[in-house]
Write a protein that binds this ligand. Structure first.
Ligand SMILES: Nc1ncnc2c1ncn2[C@@H]1O[C@H](COP(=O)(O)OP(=O)(O)OP(=O)(O)O)[C@@H](O)[C@H]1O
Length: 353
């Protein structure tokens, strides 16, 4: 049972703020992903929770106990790094057993716990192997076993699959999710892969410039982004410029109404919210490129005003470069400024339909 509380955490490396005023509650048994572009502060937050970096401000509590000044080896946390950093001169068994030996546990207890940990990551019977006899994926499993064997209250993973190919990454993330759920271990997982976060997380923390943009369930992060940054960072999003007058966008192709003040705004439209019709009516868009991915067709369009626009349509449809098309959208969000929350847009039938 472990609950992690991060209170107003901040970190400056002298040149600027890597992490600014981050607060977060991770419930017992929850898996939370820290997601954001390179340099957004994900690793720094994780390293502060693990005790490898000292916060400039704020507190870290585990089960209500302040651990902010506690060194890593005395924290109930286990960290798995991006590069597995296994000891190549030792066997798998010795690698996993190392932390337990430091704790001077009796030999039979060490053997039992190492066997359990190796079985947990699907490496039962591999204890005698040397590190160089393992694939990259197996090495990363050993790194996870090496953390789990110490029975941490909180598991911290810093892009653990970054060096692996996509198939292996997908397989391992499912395995990690299984293990995490079986053990019910509270987990903080750093990634810059949105698919990884959407597939793994109970909740996602989206970071940008050291700040939290949104903390929410994956489906809500995708469907109800809190900021323009989140809308653009998670999945694909079209941002169509529009001038609003009396609550209406002055665009014949996207006749959107929204409760926004007069002035410029962006219509945020997901490619899968678009349907396409063939038409030679004025104001049409033109297909720039159509790529068949088997499961769907990804279509790159150019709107009448030159704006590029993406649509994904069912695989049965056929579209070719140069064809005229009329996009229609089911719904959209309207963003004013960078920091403003979105307003839902109501879409009427296009005037040229
Ligand atoms: N030891 C350090 N000294 C100086 N600056 C640092 C140090 N560690 C991190 N930074 C800076 O802090 C900011 C956040 O870095 P951090 O590694 O936490 O980002 P990240 O989101 O994990 O990025 P990535 O996905 O590339 O690993 C960056 O601007 C980085 O250059």
């Amino acid at each position: 049972m472990a609950r992690l509380t991060i209170e107003a955490l901040a970190k400056s490396f002298g040149t600027g703020w890597a992490v600014r005023d981050v607060s977060l509650d991770v419930a017992d048994g929850e898996l939370v992903c820290l997601l954001g572009p390179s340099g957004s502060g994900k690793s720094t937050i994780l390293r502060m929770v693990g005790g490898f970096e000292r916060p400039s401000a704020g507190r870290i509590l585990i089960d209500g106990q302040d651990v902010t000044g506690v060194p890593p080896e005395r924290r109930p946390t286990g960290m798995v790094f991006q590069s597995h950093a296994l000891w190549t001169h030792m066997s798998l068994f010795e690698n996993v057993a190392f932390g337990l030996k430091l704790r001077r546990l009796p030999k039979p207890e060490i053997r039992r716990r190492v066997d359990v940990a190796l079985a947990l990551v699907g490496l039962a019977g591999f204890g005698g192997r040397r590190v160089w006899q393992l694939s990259g994926g197996q090495q990363q499993r050993v790194a996870i076993a090496r953390s789990l064997v110490l029975e941490p209250k909180i598991l911290l993973l810093d892009e653990p699959f970054a060096s692996l190919d996509q198939h292996l990454r997908e397989r391992l993330r499912e395995e990690v999710r299984d293990i995490q759920q079986r053990l019910g271990i509270t987990t903080l997982f750093v990634t810059h892969g949105q698919d990884e976060a959407l597939a793994l997380a109970d909740r996602i923390v989206v970071l940008e410039g050291g700040r939290v943009e949104q903390v929410d369930r994956p489906d809500r992060i995708y469907r109800q982004p809190a900021t323009r940054f989140v809308a653009g960072f998670i999945g694909q999003m079209n941002f169509v410029p529009a001038e609003f007058r009396n609550g209406r966008a002055e665009r014949p192709d996207f006749p959107v109404s929204a409760a926004v003040p007069d002035g410029p705004a962006s219509l945020a439209i997901r490619p899968e919210a678009v349907t396409l019709r063939r038409s030679d009516a004025p104001g049409h868009a033109r297909v720039h490129r159509a790529v068949d991915f088997g499961t769907h067709l990804a279509i790159d369009l150019e709107l009448a005003d030159g704006t590029r626009f993406k649509a994904t349509v069912p695989p049965g449809e056929r579209w070719a470069a140069g064809e005229a098309a009329l996009p229609a959208v089911a719904g959209c969000l309207v963003f004013r400024g960078e920091g403003d929350a979105p307003v839902p847009g109501i879409v009427a039938t296009p005037v040229h339909a």
